[in-house]
Design a protein around this ligand. Structure first.
Ligand code: IPD
Ligand code: CA
Length: 316
């Protein structure tokens, strides 16, 4: 019998996912402390190549999350980055399935660059339903970010503890930062062309000459001035590379980035981000060759080509 979820079951699933993300966030912080105190690179391994990093903490956090899911929702599916890379690759069904990256931004985690998060998505009837992205590092940066986050500024002024930076969304219910601040952070404005955009880009883990050249070409056309020799140059305001796909989706949902695209990431990198971005009024898809009606299909979710654009005000 397929599992069906009522509205209230969906809401408690969201609450469960938020609590799980908080618990995992505490372990990520502990891991960061321990990794930064260790000399050399013990505990840091690589997967596909020397830039595709994994640490004992990625594995530990995924185990914690998977065990909690197993206990509370024993019949739900589970796709996790670390178990997937060890060969656990369950087929997607219509049943609810957790899709989890225990640490998205592992390179940042290893280097102490404070953009790393846990990304918990739940897929239901083959489309992303719930997204929770928790960056436990950013409360160290609350003051730096007050200008783009009035909600956090207020909490800080009132002397309350700000529990990291938590983006969450349930399909049809809007997207929120730290549970109370609705996304996007300011009313959507028009986006007239790429030349006025701030664009999220990533180098990713594939570093063959063919792929690196293609990416560098795209980046140079986005940044370059067509009046000064860059053929096809768009002269975008700029590009940013924060090193975490999920953080990129959260930044697009906030309206801080206008768009982000990447070829080569995986469902667990984007699943939660897709819901958060869509619920903020943004558009998430998977490249120009995929037809879809606005929902992110299984084909898009597994297609390894992703694009997301922030909410845009209606204009003629
Ligand atoms: C990676 C990050 C990175 C993106 C890669 C992802 P990981 O995930 O999201 O920004 O460029 O494509 O695989 O390895 O840190 O979990
Ligand atoms: Ca990861």
């Amino acid at each position: 019998m397929p599992i069906t979820l009522s509205e209230s079951e969906q809401e408690s699933l969201l609450e469960f996912s938020i609590q799980l993300a908080k618990d995992a966030g505490a372990v990520i912080l502990q891991g960061s402390k321990s990794i930064r105190q260790e000399l050399g690179s013990s505990g840091i391994d690589s997967k596909k190549n020397s830039v595709d990093l994994v640490t004992e903490w990625d594995v530990k956090v995924e185990e914690i999350v998977q065990n909690a899911v197993k206990e509370k929702y024993p019949d739900f599916g589970f796709i996790g980055e670390e178990s997937y890379s060890k060969g656990l690759r369950p087929e997607l069904t219509d049943d609810p399935t957790f899709c989890v990256d225990p640490i998205d931004g592992t390179t940042n985690f290893v280097h102490g660059f404070p953009f790393a998060c846990i990304s918990i998505g739940v897929i239901y009837q083959r489309t992303p339903l719930i997204g929770v992205i928790f960056n436990p590092f950013l409360n160290q940066l609350v003051r730096t970010f007050t200008s783009w986050n009035p909600g956090l500024a207020l909490a800080d002024v009132n002397g309350q503890t700000v529990p990291g930076t938590k983006f969450s969304a349930l399909k049809g219910h809007g997207a929120f930062l730290n549970l109370t601040t609705r996304l996007p952070l300011s009313p959507p404005s028009p986006l007239s062309s790429l030349s006025s955009a701030l664009i999220g880009v990533e180098w990713g883990h594939d570093r063959t000459k063919e792929l690196v050249d293609k990416k560098a070409n795209s980046f140079s056309r986005l940044a370059g001035d067509p009046a000064f020799g860059v053929v096809g140059g768009k002269m975008a305001h700029s590009m940013r590379s924060v090193g975490s796909a999920a953080c990129n989706y959260a930044l697009v949902a906030s309206g801080s980035l206008d768009l982000y695209w990447e070829i080569g990431c995986w469902p667990w990198d984007v699943c939660a981000g897709i819901v958060v971005a869509q619920e903020s009024g943004g558009f998430a898809s998977g490249g120009p060759h995929v037809n879809h009606d606005g929902d992110v299909t299984e084909e898009i979710l597994h297609g390894r080509k992703y694009i997301v654009v922030r909410a845009i005000a209606d204009t003629p």
